[in-house]
Design a protein. Structure first.
Length: 405
């Protein structure tokens, strides 16, 4: 790594790795640093749903449009980083029937493909579905393996001249004359560098990183639990057709099912409670859709953080905060050469990265267009190659630990 990279990207999750890849493909000298292994934050501790946008179609049309666009792109470029399962939203007897109609109509308006299924047709696809299922709706959801996805982005960035450093925490930023002039990195780097531009892509930690430059970024993260159980009778992503609530998603892995999740406000992304009641509630709610998982042996349990951006949010229920993303140009706050990319979803990481790279290139007077929507990720058709990338970047994480390697 040079002592003065043109761009320093802080944060080695999907968005940070995506930014590094995009910039490297545009010929920009970029260095990516992550305080742990790659994808060790929100990306690798998610439930791993490849969103079609159906979950938010009626409440956040713009976010749903972003999801379905990126869903289709990932199917074309990501190969073994995803599993194309399709998804089903199920309506139970206790659920509001009008909500089903609203969601179906909203999906149509957004351009998300749907197919209505009778209860019997739904059980043909998922034999263990609850007897309380009254009808269902197929949508193009899927499953993401984030450890592979992040590692493949990092590998392509590095192949195109980027420098990648995991276990290199950001320790200090110095701001002089309205610019970040130097950055101290610890761990495997242990050096002071002088980048021309800094991208803060640290998700739930974006507020902490921004504060090092005297900036304020209003993050309102929430925690959620995921439980993976032994179960091989599910081949589609299963969603409860109701307003988003605890325990309304079950995702298929090879011989496991991932149950999720809860939503509890968190004030510090480094220190938060992991409560047993969240596990119990997740089992209780998910088993209303799929009773067989209630007594299935638990394989692993983990908590993740939603990197929600809401400057004015108090410690109340955060499910209503937009799942869209926001690019904050801190030139507007008096520091010219730093931006923060916040919010969003794993599914939309590539679009977040493109938007960020567009801004950085504009700042640096780089005339180059984005290639990431059509360029295949390296190793995407070779699971063994992808898993070698994961090992190289110390990127194995809970979400897909049963699949990777």
């Amino acid at each position: 790594m040079t002592d003065s990279p043109t761009v320093l990207v802080v944060g080695g999750g999907a968005t940070g790795a995506g930014v590094a890849r995009d910039l490297a493909l545009r010929g920009v000298d970029v260095t990516l640093v992550e305080r742990g292994g790659l994808a060790s934050g929100a990306s690798g501790r998610s439930h791993g749903l490849l969103h079609s946008g159906a979950r938010y179609a009626e409440s956040d049309r713009a976010g749903a449009e972003e999801c379905i666009e990126e869903n289709q792109i990932l199917r074309s470029i990501a190969g073994e980083c995803i599993r194309d399962t399709g998804g089903i939203f199920v309506q139970l007897a206790s659920d509001d029937a009008s909500y089903f109609e609203t969601k179906r109509d909203a999906c149509k308006a957004v351009g998300i493909e749907t197919e209505e299924l009778s209860a019997d047709e739904a059980r043909e696809r998922v034999p263990d579905l609850s007897a309380d299922v009254e009808r269902a709706m197929w949508v193009p959801d899927g499953v993401v393996y984030p450890s592979r996805l992040v590692a493949a982005n990092a590998a392509d960035a590095e192949d195109n001249g980027a420098t990648i450093h995991q276990h290199a925490p950001l320790e200090e930023m110095t701001v002089e004359g309205g610019e970040v002039t130097s950055v101290r990195l610890g761990g495997t780097v242990d050096n002071v560098i002088e980048p021309n531009y800094v991208v803060n892509a640290t998700g739930a930690w974006a507020g902490k990183v921004a504060s090092m430059a005297g900036l304020s970024v209003g993050m309102a993260p929430s925690r959620g639990v995921m439980v993976s159980v032994e179960y091989d009778g599910l081949d589609v992503a299963l969603n409860r057709c109701r307003d988003p609530e605890d325990g309304d998603i079950v995702l298929p892995h090879e011989n496991e099912a991932v149950l999720g999740t809860t939503s509890v406000p968190v004030s510090d992304p480094d220190e938060y409670e992991q409560a047993d009641w969240e596990i119990e509630r997740t089992f209780e709610e998910c088993s209303e859709m799929l009773p067989a998982v209630d007594n299935a042996p638990t394989v692993r349990t983990w908590w993740g953080l939603r990197p929600l951006y809401e400057p004015d949010e108090s410690d109340t229920d955060r499910r209503g905060i937009s799942r869209g993303f926001f690019l904050l140009d801190h030139a507007d706050d008096g520091v010219d050469n730093i931006s923060s990319i916040v919010g969003g979803k794993l599914t939309t990481y590539r679009q977040m990265a493109e938007t960020t790279a567009d801004l950085v290139c504009d700042k640096l007077d780089v005339e180059a267009t984005c290639e990431t929507a059509t360029r295949q990720l390296p190793g995407s058709e070779d699971a063994e190659q992808l898993d070698e990338y994961v090992e190289k970047y110390d990127g194995l994480n809970p979400t897909d630990r049963d699949v990777v390697g």
